[in-house]
Every structure is written in structure tokens, then in C-alpha cells.
Design a protein around this ligand. Structure first.
Ligand SMILES: NC(=O)c1ccc[n+]([C@@H]2O[C@H](COP(=O)([O-])OP(=O)(O)OC[C@H]3O[C@@H](n4cnc5c(N)ncnc54)[C@H](O)[C@@H]3O)[C@@H](O)[C@H]2O)c1
Length: 267
């Protein structure tokens, strides 16, 4: 091998570190999931994008060349079928970014039980449905795999009246540790990201204005209320997932991506 070809190979590995890898992203049609689909595609991975929003999935296919799968992660049977289709389409799965979620609010003592259960279906059981289906695909190749959970810094620093969101997120952090513990010997890693306030479909511009007004601060100060004093973007969260996907000896770790706050920092 000549020096030039060594450099070319290294440069292509640097530019496309995930070439040959297949990643499934749930909730890929909007916000953080969409950025994950973009950065993993840019890194050379083949991306299977799952969501319930078919129009936005179509856009994702056109924009980044993802293969798209209509899939409600709260429906275990539908998840199983979607992952079978991913296996048939790509022949393998290397990485799952379990991202789909939404934020519910309400004071925990007054909350209709049904609201809490609905949130658990998406923000906890949705992850479990996707993970079980991914483990089945990882095992087919026998090469292990990487599960990446989109948790939230609410899992360690609950917000007032955000119980229906933060409690299943805390359970999802426990789920991450359980996958690392039970499946590490099979070469399956499990890690997570705890993001802070990110401008997406879940945290809209209007919500940001309302919350800032309620606190008597500007939307800019609300979004950059962290130790660095800067806004954190969906792209920053997607980059964290990309790095975790490549850190082959990192397991059972939560990376906090919120610009820093002592209340959300982990030991
Ligand atoms: N935005 C934030 O401030 C923030 C902070 C921390 C963590 N998160 C987490 O990031 C993840 C993504 O949220 P986002 O902020 O990008 O929101 P978003 O609303 O922009 O995107 C969520 C996506 O999930 C999809 N989805 C919803 N229910 C689904 C289901 N049952 N099956 C499949 N797909 C479904 C939606 O269609 C949408 O495309 C969530 O798990 C959320 O809890 C968000």
C-alpha cells in the first residue's frame, strides 16, 4: 500500500466512519431524530427511518436518502414487523437510536392515570419494543450492536408538573443500564443522551416564548440558561449520538448535552 492510498483510506474512514453500518432511528421525521438521520447519513451509514408521520418521512427519504418505515413504536407487533422489514431490506442492523418520544405535563397528584399510562407507552415501552426487536436483529449477525437512547435531563432533574414525562424517562435510563448489564457479553452496548432544552416539534418556538415570558426573561436567555450560556441545538444532540456510536468500549453511559448544569450533571 502506498503512502497516498493509506492517506486516502484514512481520510475516507474519517469522513465516513460509519460506512457499511446500518442504523435504525425511531421518531426520525422531526427534531432530534431528523438530525440523527442526517448526521448518520453524512457519516456513511445506511439509515432506516421509522416514524408515524408519513409526509415528513417522505421528505427525509428525498433529503437524505433514508429508507423509511411507517411504525408506531407503542405497537410491539408493528415494531417487530418494521424491524423484520429492515432486516430484509439491509441484511443487518448495527445501531438503534431509540428516539421517539413526546412531553406530557400535569401535576402528578391530580393526573388522570390514563395520561401517565399513555406517556409510559411511548416514553418507556416504546423504547423497550424497539430494543427487543433490535436485539433480535443484532443476534442474527452475531456481531453485537449499539443501542442509543434519547432520554432527557428530566430523568435526573425533574421539572415541576413534568412528572408524566420525567418519570418514564427515569425508567428509560434504568432500561439503558439493564440492556448494558444483560447483553454486554453478546457485544451489545447500551448508552444514552440526556439533552436539555432543544428547539424542535416537542419544544416549539411558541412554547419557548411562553415559558420565557412566565419567567420574565427573553427567549434567548431561556434557551441559553446553562453553564456555557449558549443554546444547544438538535445537531449537537445528534453529534453526541454519532460519537457514542463510534466509542466501542463505552457502555452504560449517559452523556448530558445541555450546555452544563450542576443539577443535571451525573456522578
Ligand atoms: N426537545 C427537547 O427539548 C428534548 C430534550 C430532551 C430529550 N428530548 C427527547 O428527544 C426525543 C425526540 O424529541 P424531539 O424534541 O425531537 O421532538 P419532535 O416532536 O420534533 O420529534 C419527535 C418525533 O417522534 C415521532 N413520534 C411520536 N410518537 C411516535 C410513535 N408512537 N412512534 C413513532 N414515532 C413517534 C413524531 O412523529 C416526531 O417525528 C424525544 O424522546 C424527547 O423526549 C427532547
Amino acid at each position: 500500500m502506498t503512502m497516498n492510498s493509506v492517506k486516502e483510506e484514512a481520510s475516507s474512514r474519517f469522513e465516513h466512519p460509519l460506512a457499511g453500518k446500518v442504523v435504525a432511528v425511531t421518531g426520525a421525521a422531526s427534531g432530534i431524530g431528523r438530525e440523527v438521520a442526517r448526521v448518520f447519513s453524512e457519516a456513511g451509514a445506511s439509515v432506516a427511518a421509522l416514524d408515524i408521520n408519513d409526509d415528513a418521512l417522505g421528505d427525509l427519504e428525498r433529503s437524505f436518502g433514508c429508507r423509511t418505515f411507517h411504525c408506531d413504536v407503542t405497537n410491539a407487533e408493528a415494531v417487530s414487523q418494521a424491524f423484520d422489514a429492515i432486516g430484509a431490506s439491509f441484511g443487518r442492523l448495527d445501531i438503534l437510536v431509540s428516539n421517539a418520544g413526546s412531553a406530557q405535563q400535569g401535576p402528578i397528584g391530580d393526573l388522570p392515570m390514563e395520561d401517565l399510562r399513555r406517556s409510559f407507552e411511548l416514553n418507556f415501552f416504546g423504547h423497550q419494543n424497539a430494543c427487543q426487536a433490535a436485539v433480535r436483529l443484532f443476534r442474527r449477525k452475531g456481531e453485537g450492536g449499539s443501542i442509543l437512547f434519547n432520554i432527557s435531563n428530566q430523568s435526573v432533574n425533574p421539572g415541576k408538573d413534568f412528572g408524566p414525562y420525567g418519570i418514564p424517562k427515569a425508567a428509560t435510563m434504568a432500561l439503558m443500564k439493564q440492556y448494558a448489564l444483560d447483553h454486554g457479553k453478546e457485544g451489545i452496548r447500551a448508552n444514552g443522551v440526556n439533552a436539555g432544552r432543544i428547539r424542535t416539534g416537542l419544544m416549539t418556538d411558541q412554547m419557548i416564548v411562553e415559558r420565557a415570558e412566565a419567567r420574565g426573561i427573553t427567549p434567548h436567555d431561556y434557551m441559553s440558561g446553562n453553564l456555557l450560556g449558549v443554546e444547544v441545538f438538535a445537531r449537537d444532540v445528534a453529534d453526541a449520538f454519532l460519537h457514542l456510536a463510534q466509542m466501542e468500549k463505552v457502555n452504560a453511559v449517559v452523556l448530558t448535552v445541555d450546555g452544563g448544569a450542576i443539577a443535571t450533571s451525573l456522578r
